[in-house]
Design a protein around this ligand. Structure first.
Ligand SMILES: Nc1ncnc2c1ncn2[C@@H]1O[C@H](COP(=O)(O)OP(=O)(O)O)[C@@H](O)[C@H]1O
Ligand SMILES: [Mg+2]
Length: 154
């Protein structure tokens, strides 16, 4: 989990130039059962969106904490302009984007949401001007009966 987030930060370093990234990971974070590469796509999409929102000047904060049930809650927050309510209603729809053609595919949040739900988790959004957080909550174990392309790892 921690490593996945850090790997994603390394990959996205070029997009984060100028921006500050603050990290706060719970020291006794437990490993969860998950498809690691799929979750890494989720972190990539959320951090990518946060970086776009701040336009290279703001701050992204990433926190990872244990939930009561032994799962994890990862929050990725930025201090960009926020998501207006009429936009927020559509952000998980496939191909919905407010970015110029060729920049946004509008698929990042749709795919991320599907990945998280397949893991038995949820994505919550809190946004106001100056602070937007995407909060991903994942359980300790995968739900019964779901299958992925690969063997889940811990
Ligand atoms: N952190 C954020 N701050 C402001 N708007 C956001 C943020 N994250 C997502 N959005 C909005 O949600 C839309 C959909 O995001 P996404 O599915 O990742 O597609 P894309 O990034 O290709 O536009 C974005 O175009 C943007 O309007
Ligand atoms: Mg995106």
């Amino acid at each position: 989990m921690r490593k996945g987030l850090d790997d994603t930060l390394v990959i996205l370093r070029h997009k984060l130039k100028g921006g500050i990234v603050a990290r706060d990971y719970d020291p006794d974070l437990l490993e969860i059962e998950a498809w690691g590469s799929e979750l890494n796509q989720v972190w990539t999409n959320l951090i990518d969106n946060a970086a776009d929102a701040m336009d290279g000047k703001g701050e992204i904060s990433i926190t990872a904490a244990k939930t009561d049930g032994g799962g994890v809650r990862v929050s990725i927050c930025d201090n960009g302009p926020g998501i207006p309510p009429e936009v927020a209603a559509k952000i998980f729809e496939p191909f919905f984007t407010t970015k110029p053609p060729g920049i946004g595919s509008g698929l990042g949040l749709h795919i991320s949401h599907n990945v998280v739900v397949r893991h038995g988790g949820r994505v919550d959004v809190e946004s106001e001007p100056g602070r937007t957080c995407f909060i991903v909550t994942l359980p300790m174990t995968l739900p019964q009966g779901v299958s992925g392309g690969t063997t889940p790892n811990r």
